[in-house]
Design a protein around this ligand. Structure first.
Ligand code: 13P
Ligand code: SF4
Length: 304
């Protein structure tokens, strides 16, 4: 079967079986083309709460599929590839954070959405990279325990200097691959290019950037900008998507190594097989965990 034939079959099955496909922007173009909604983590969670399809297929990583299940317990939620986990989300568990909380009893616990649903049950509010600054600003408390990404936490804390942030040393192994040396080399090679980076990058990179934001933020900035050349410091699929869309502009990856193999685990045939009901991982969650985890996601949607 050709890519086009597989895509046509997916579109046919979606209609027949009332399936909604959500895809994170880090997915490959042939998957984004058959999705009903594409976006960053925040956009996907908002969309997950709105859709009324019977079945949702999440083309992304496990915590994203769990978020859909938390918000839509009556839907059948399928993670498109059972092996697609986020290493950052699995870095810190509930027991560890329960211990840490004992040392910071008067801190509001802000959890990046890249966390397991079990860990979310003991957090106060979730954030995504596009909503973190807004939400941390709105939180009444001026003491914030931000987990698990210390790079994102550092970037947020710089913008809210009147609040006290406690950070733990977690983060995204994909974004951590980029270094100051990569920035130096890229700027020498493309001196007229603007540097756009994700806040999951190390602070030494973030401080050299012309723009810092979520995947959607980076894409919107590049689309609207009068600049013609950009170095992109996030997962390299964003370079491809932008280059396909903005043909009058040039996009370079900050590092050719910034590829998230978990996000890339999903193939178009995985999506087809999920539609046929013969592949993917159906997300199951006990009701107690779901209700407790939902509180901090609801709060994020309300505040973000
Ligand atoms: P955003 O979708 O919030 O930009 O996050 C990027 C990411 O790494 C998702 O896992
Ligand atoms: Fe997780 Fe990083 Fe991959 Fe996003 S890019 S899914 S944070 S490992």
């Amino acid at each position: 079967m050709s890519i086009k034939e597989i895509q046509d079959e997916i579109i046919k099955l979606k209609k027949e079986k009332d399936i909604c496909i959500l895809a994170h922007c880090y997915q490959n173009p042939e998957i984004l083309e058959v999705a009903d909604f594409t976006g960053d983590s925040f956009g996907l969670s908002v969309e997950a709460a709105k859709t009324d399809a019977k079945t949702v297929i999440m083309c992304g990583v496990r915590f994203m599929a769990e978020t859909v299940k938390i918000l839509s317990p009556d839907k059948k939620v399928i993670l498109s590839n059972a092996d697609a986990g986020c290493p950052m989300a699995e870095m810190m568990d509930k027991d560890l954070i329960e211990q840490v909380k004992k040392s910071y009893p008067d801190y509001t616990v802000v959890a990046y959405i890249n966390t397991t649903s079990e860990l979310k049950t003991i957090c106060d509010v979730c954030v995504t990279s596009s909503s973190a600054v807004t939400i941390c600003n709105k939180i009444e408390s001026d003491k914030i325990l931000f987990i698990p990404d210390c790079n994102l936490g550092d970037w947020v804390s710089q913008q809210i200097p009147d609040k006290e942030f406690k950070l733990l040393s977690g983060g995204c192994p994909t974004h951590a691959r980029m270094s100051k040396e990569d920035v130096k080399k890229a700027k020498e090679k493309w001196p007229n290019a603007q540097l756009l980076v994700h806040p999951e990058c190390k602070p030494e990179i973030v401080e050299l950037a012309d723009y810092v934001g979520s995947t959607t933020g980076i894409m919107n900035y590049a689309r609207k900008s009068d600049h013609k050349e950009f170095i992109i410091g996030t997962e390299n699929s964003i370079v491809t998507h932008l280059q396909m869309e903005c043909t009058d502009k040039i996009f370079h990856p900050l590092s050719k190594d910034c590829i998230c193999h978990n996000m890339k685990a999903t193939t178009l045939t995985d999506v087809l097989n999920c539609c046929k009901g013969v592949s993917g991982d159906v997300i199951e969650m006990d009701e107690d965990t779901r209700i407790k985890a939902k509180k901090c996601i609801d709060k994020m949607i309300e505040m973000g």
